[in-house]
Design a protein. Sequence first.
Length: 441
Amino acid sequence: MVDVTATPGSPPRQRAAASTEPEAASAAPRRRLVLLGPGLVLAAASVGAGDMVTSLAGAAGYGMALMWAILIGVVLKYSLTEAVGRLYMATGQTVIASLRSAGRLLPAAFFLFVLVIGLLYGAALSSVAALALSTLFPVLPPRPTGIAIALASAAIVYVGRYALFERVMSVFMLAKFFGMVVLTVTTLVTTDDLPGLFSSLRPRLPAGDVVTVLALIGGVGGTAGIASYSYWVREKGWRHGSRLSVMRADSAVSYTVTFLFVFCTSVVGTGLLFGSGRTITGNDGLAALADPLGADLGSVARVLFLGTFFLVTLSALVGGFNALCYLLSDSLRTIRGVPDAAAEPHMAQSSRPFRGFLLYCAVAAVAVTFLGRPVPLVLTYAAVGSLILPLLSGALLVLLNRRTVERPYRNKIMSNVLLSGSLVLFGVLAVVQLKESLGGS
């Protein structure tokens, strides 16, 4: 039997025969690959300029000796993403709606957190993307270029239904991955000390630099994208238990691509920076690396690096706008007590709340770009953003260990270990970020 109370906004926990599903659980592996999509969206949205900065900065100081830390970060972020998707399949509710059952004030807290992030997100990323373009084409003024990029990114989210959005994000991901692979091959071919480059892979723990290691672990992948993964799974129509393995494969593909991208970035950073005395300090330093890179690898490599850097930031901006608007519209819907059965008009990409919050993000990006991103706002943005992952980790531990959750969806021992590790790690990083923000205010 199938639950006849099913609605588009509140997918039922159906137990119909697999033959009633559009794609059966017994589909061949090659058919399952066609189903993948939200994972590539997540990878495109989550791998941003910050990942390039942290991996290149780590490579400048330690070569590839800290790849173990990046691998731990990928595993922890995968465990969070898989748990978010599994929670949706177990309950038919989005992560925000599920948070309300763990604490009535949690959706409101999440709404405020994401509202602050949306205030600065567009300005921060569009200015970085503009930096890459203006470095590549000096005739382009950075500030107007940044505003144009922010508005164009918002327009992509506004006009695109999920299928188009997924295609655009997949193209972004494949293009920037291809660019980084080509740069990696070029680095390996032209390096004077290939054995020395690979010898730096020997794992080690930097003495007295634990914060750098924690930042590398926490810096891989995104924040809002993880929380929004259930919306993309929902749009894909994965609502049946037979899709659980497909969802896990999808999120595994996401973090495999993420790890390979960061690994390639670390190879490039090690070849160019390790032992050279040059380093990376923020996004400005990342763009400034283009000239030495061009001197070492040639002008084509310089153009490819800047183009990849631009695509990395642009895809994170487009995906972030989409994720933030989902989180904001769903949080508002949950706060107002709109039931899951009537959720669609309140949180779909074509709904007024979604597009209203998209307008908010776009206008904020333009306004803050003109203001020059005041330091107090940036510090607040960083501090608030650091609180989301520990909050999400703790909520998933509570929600997915309840006896009301059916056994196939309930946390196993490994899931509890990884989510507990995420709670501790991201909690420590949040404390560090809060201390830095308060000390800098």
